[in-house]
Design a protein around this ligand. Sequence first.
Ligand code: AMP
Ligand code: MG
Length: 333
Amino acid sequence: MKRFLCLMAALLCLFPVFGCAAKMEEYTFFAMDTFITLRLPGDAQKEAAEAERLLLEIENSLSRTRTSADVYRVNESTDGIADADSHLLAVLDFSLQMAEVTGGAFSPAMGALSDLWNINGGGPVPSPEAIEEAKRHADYRVFLADGASVTKTDRETKLDFGAVGKGYAAQKLTEYLRQHMDWGLVSLGGNVGVFGQKPDGTPYKIGITNPKDTSSPMGYLLIEGGFVSVSGDYERFFDENGVRYHHILDPETGYPADSGLSSAAVWSRDGAKADALSTALFVMGAQKAMEYHREHPGEFEAILITKENKIILTPGLVWGENFLADDRFRYPQ
Ligand code: AMP
Ligand code: MG
């Protein structure tokens, strides 16, 4: 069973690669709708159990479907809740900032549109009228956090932290784990976080999924620390009349983002930022994403894969040095 779960995790996520020499234990469990893998030094059962508890705590706050979760309660309320917990407050505050700086490409208020598209349930494609109606309830500015209160000025607008919650969780897990051990890796459905130096002294090697063949990586990112998140049109989608409808929606159009990219992977020192930005850059497309990178120096690096399966790197990544891939995937310079 454990082998099966690990295989599933590898298929569903980025591909962290480890040498065999490291004395390492792997822990796998299921939470936040995804397989989660921890790779830690030997004898870390206690910490792995605490990490799992922490994850469930985060899920119990950010879930859209658990009736006790704060996000669910905000979404079902008329005008908000007065007793939000620290996870919701932190993620909402951060998400509202990210929505502003990305010009709304990332938005925490996509709940009504996500529900309408029902990507996980296989559609169907909604009518243009229904999309217009859902878009009227997708403005993140209706949310306001003050102390422990979260208020909203539109009853129908719903929070959806699908694009940031796992990155936030990866961040929280590594913050906890690094207090107890020298190094480690956490992997949650397309989000990887690493800390400390691996025993063999080499960088962490993170495989980047090939959108055209998701069973194998098309390149490897070498990192010493931080977080990598990927958003891809191959992760969740349904096909209707030969057209693929994926789960990353363009808040401006209300349709799956059609920006010329098949995936966007982001490295950042901050887990929630890597996650939110991978979604935002996917929505922006290559040109705007590169502009955004120029305007936010030092904050992140990105690997953009076009629909033609060509790789574009932000300038902090160097082909053949900290990013390795076959030259045939290289975007013409
Ligand atoms: P990710 O895989 O991190 O890019 O997150 C995608 C998920 O976030 C979707 O399944 C939706 O729940 C939600 N989402 C879709 N489009 C957006 C968007 N433009 N901004 C923020 N969240 C989104
Ligand atoms: Mg994301």
